[in-house]
Design a protein around this ligand. Structure first.
Ligand SMILES: [Ca+2]
Ligand SMILES: [Ca+2]
Ligand SMILES: [Ca+2]
Length: 345
């Protein structure tokens, strides 16, 4: 690490530790959980494109959120994931162009410099979101594939995790631009970047050789301008997608919540759209949503967490009700925030 980079990273760390959290949650969601009897720790893992460090927030008690930062050699990173069985946090490094996994994730002091215990091969060009199914880690890469920027395409890199290594199994080329991805069982949902589209790949990991693959089904999400982030909660059959609107505007972002998602999806023909009347939409000046690029959901507390790259924020919303122009209950600065992942263990 160069002295300059070290200085920048140290400065970032000091800036981080001086952050004051604002939270006005006092367990008013009527779930009877005061936090005292909870046996689980709820953590929100985040990555960013400002310094490439991993920051996780312990959000078990929303009125007393603490932050821990792990200092990595990467200077920019996107998709992030936490494996509770091995206490390992994984991110897709945009400076290293590989997956990197850090052990003892929750037992290190904030500010500790960490080195990758699980290294990946450097196959990617522009890694974004990560989706995990067992030992398979899929990374969406949004670089142009065919050398023609006017034709929409992207690649999904499928890695298999083994002891100390992410090994590339195969690559799937898509006929649309990629960003957010998430598994629902064996099916992979992928947002269709620059549009309001969502692509569904049934039994995605069964595609085990390099290939170009069209989606099993494509739908549209009504009233979204340009989607980026997606999450799916199987317990409540809820899908949540983000809308960045115009990428140059910091006040036009939104969050779209779709209940009974698979019921709706299964009933839809290819190309159909979910009307805005079948969604709960959070949007407006009070939301602070500019370019929400990734989203996570705690269905137990009905809390949505968002990484907003444009406004440099980690935001949380609860008491969502019918949505609209609601203020976040957590508003934390994280410059060039790129990804979020929620773990309960
Ligand atoms: Ca192209
Ligand atoms: Ca925007
Ligand atoms: Ca994510």
């Amino acid at each position: 690490m160069t002295t300059l980079k070290k200085s920048i990273k140290l400065f970032s760390l000091f800036a981080l530790t001086s952050i004051a959290f604002t939270s006005c949650s006092d367990d008013d969601d009527n779930n009877g959980n005061t936090g005292n009897e909870a046996t689980v720790s709820t953590r929100l893992y985040t990555s960013n494109n400002a310094d490439g460090n991993i920051t996780y927030y312990d959000v078990t008690d929303m009125s007393n959120i603490t932050a821990t930062s792990l200092i990595t050699a990467s200077v920019a990173a996107d998709g992030v994931y936490y494996d509770g069985s091995s206490d390992t946090v994984i991110q897709a490094s945009r400076s290293g162009l590989a997956l990197e996994g850090f052990a003892n994730a929750t037992t290190q002091a904030s500010g500790t410099t960490v080195t990758a215990a699980i290294a990946g091969t450097t196959d990617m060009v522009s890694p974004r979101e990560v989706a995990v199914n067992g030992n398979f880690y899929v990374v969406a890469d949004n670089s142009d594939v065919d050398g023609d920027a006017t034709t929409a395409d992207g690649r999904l890199f499928i890695y298999e995790k083994s002891a100390g290594l992410f090994t590339l199994r195969n690559t799937i080329t898509t006929d649309f631009k990629l960003w957010g991805i998430v598994f629902n069982g064996s099916n992979l949902y992928a947002v269709v970047d620059t549009t309001n589209g969502l692509a569904i790949f049934n039994d995605f990991l069964s595609n085990s050789i390099d290939a170009t693959l069209s989606a099993s089904k494509r739908i549209e999400i009504g009233n979204i301008v340009r989607t980026h982030g997606i999450t799916y909660d199987a317990n409540t059959d809820t899908a949540i997608l983000t809308d960045i609107g115009d990428a140059t505007i910091g006040t036009d972002g939104g969050i779209h919540i779709i209940n009974d998602f698979t019921t709706k999806l299964d009933a839809m023909a290819d190309g159909e759209s979910i009307p805005f009347t079948d969604q709960t939409i959070i949007k407006g000046a009070d939301t602070l949503l500019g370019n929400p690029v990734d989203v996570a959901y705690d269905s137990e507390t009905e809390t949505i967490f968002v990484a907003d790259a444009k406004n440099g924020k980690i935001l949380a919303f609860n008491n969502i009700g019918t949505g609209g122009n609601i203020a976040p209950v957590v508003n934390n600065d994280l410059v060039f925030a790129s990804a979020v992942y929620l773990s309960k263990d």
